[in-house]
Ligand binder design. Structure first.
Ligand code: GKR
Ligand code: MG
Length: 435
């Protein structure tokens, strides 16, 4: 039972701390990851003396929405989760509406201000749930109705990458080495398996011509028989190329993820292949579900609790997927341990989770937690401690915030194209489809 004093759930203070965290030179269809990437850490304090923490995207466009949102929270209760969405509708950024045509082909799908707002809400929702759980003495999964499993399985997220960021660029180093061909990808997969026990693999594609990526998947299949494999070029291919790749890898892939852009394109691919298609790009909101499902454009939706507006919306998405016989799992962008804890809590409550979730977390050498979450046998144990079950390390938070303050602005909004130009001055993110 929780101490009586913790029972006052009124929000008294909200702290937003933008940070920059180290990121390795991971390649994707847009370019390469910058050496540091922004995240936003949210702390919500209650009158009962409890602090809840949340994490979401930290690019400037998200911060601009998070600040006015945070200002309106004091006086509300951390249990008023539906109210967060009403509040989000009232918060906009003057004159900065993001056109729906912008960012098609971006790694986060089509971005509109509404979607950015949902990503912001998700960080606050998680912080509220963490605070509520701590106040009530209950883990977040219990607030979501209770876990149906004790561990959540994740897949190793393989990336083509360089051994280090370009010379002269300030960056952290790591011991993963380069992976730019099938042998490098297999070696990386081996390290993932040794270090964390992962038994399924996802390769981020859209970097090299499709034949090379097909060869890498085949090499993985040979090196790791029976291990589920996915390939995700983030929409870099035409319908025709997608069908060729699907034909080549039929029987080898667990699923093909976003081979091409748009629901229309995915529906055309889906109509002519038996390879399952997954997406975290063409179905990113409830409004996009009807067309995609009725046209059988995708067979697996990869949620991202940030895009979808939080953990409760993720469960609603899973229920809709279930009703349509569509699978559900999770993809991930660069994130820290608060988000991994949140992902694990919600994934623990989804009954029909038939595919391992993705996580970038092993690539993150830095975190803001006193204790990092760990992958054992490819999974994360579901915490039964109150709230998310993780604790903020204020010194680490301050140090990573200091890095954000010291940045001249070049890394405060993720820009993989700019990072690639440091190595290849003529680089422009290719028009889609690239192949
Ligand atoms: O960080 O380069 C990356 C990934 O490509 C990521 O941003 C994607 O959005 O992992 C994501 C995906 O599954 O598409
Ligand atoms: Mg994806």
């Amino acid at each position: 039972t929780a101490p009586a004093a913790a029972a006052d759930l009124t929000i008294t203070e909200v702290r937003l701390t933008p940070i920059l965290v180290a990121d390795p030179p991971l390649l994707n269809t847009q370019g390469v990851h910058q050496p540091y990437t922004p995240r936003l850490i949210i702390e919500i304090e209650t009158a009962g003396g409890v602090t809840g923490i949340g994490e979401t995207y930290g690019d400037t466009k998200y911060l601009e929405l998070a600040e006015p949102f945070a200002e309106r929270l004091p006086g509300r209760r951390v249990s008023d989760l539906n109210g967060l969405f009403t509040l989000a509708d009232q918060v906009g950024v003057d004159g900065s509406h993001i056109d729906t045509a912008v960012d098609v082909g971006g790694l986060r799908g089509v971005q509109t201000e509404d979607k950015l707002r949902l990503s912001v809400v998700s960080g606050f929702e998680v912080a509220c749930l963490d605070a509520l759980g701590k106040a009530l003495g209950q883990p977040v999964h219990e607030l979501l109705g209770g876990k149906v499993r004790d561990r959540v399985e994740y897949s190793a997220y393989l990336f083509y990458r360089w051994a280090a960021h370009p010379e002269g660029v300030t960056a952290e180093t790591d011991d993963w080495g380069a992976a730019v061909d099938p042998a490098g990808v297999v070696e990386q997969a081996r390290k993932f398996k040794e270090r964390y026990g992962f038994t399924s693999f996802k390769l981020k594609g859209g970097v090299f011509p499709p034949e090379e990526e097909i060869a890498a998947v085949r090499a993985l299949a040979e090196a790791f028989p029976g291990h589920p494999l996915r390939l995700d070029p983030n929409g870099a291919w035409s319908v025709e190329t997608s069908l060729k790749v699907a034909a080549e890898l039929s029987g080898v892939l667990e699923y093909l993820e976003d081979p091409t852009l748009t629901t229309e394109g995915m529906a055309q691919v889906s109509a002519h292949t038996d390879v399952l298609l997954a997406t975290n790009m063409c179905v990113t909101t409830f409004g996009e579900i009807k067309e995609a499902f009725t046209r059988d454009a995708v067979q697996v939706v990869l949620s991202d609790h940030h895009y979808w507006g939080g953990l409760r919306n993720t469960r609603e998405l899973a229920a809709i997927c279930g009703a349509f016989g569509v699978g559900v799992s999770m993809h991930s962008n660069t994130h820290l341990g608060i988000s991994l804890a949140a992902m694990t809590h919600v994934a623990a409550t989804v009954p029909d989770l038939h595919h391992a979730c993705d996580s970038h977390y092993p690539w993150q050498s830095e975190d803001v937690l006193t204790e990092r979450l760990t992958f054992t046998d490819g999974g994360v144990r579901v915490s039964d401690a109150p709230g998310l079950g993780v604790e903020l390390d204020r010194d680490r938070l301050a140090a990573l915030h200091r890095r954000w303050l010291d940045d001249d602005g070049t890394m405060r909004s993720r820009d993989d194209e700019a990072a690639m130009r440091v190595a290849e001055p003529d680089w422009r993110t290719p028009a889609v489809p690239r192949w």
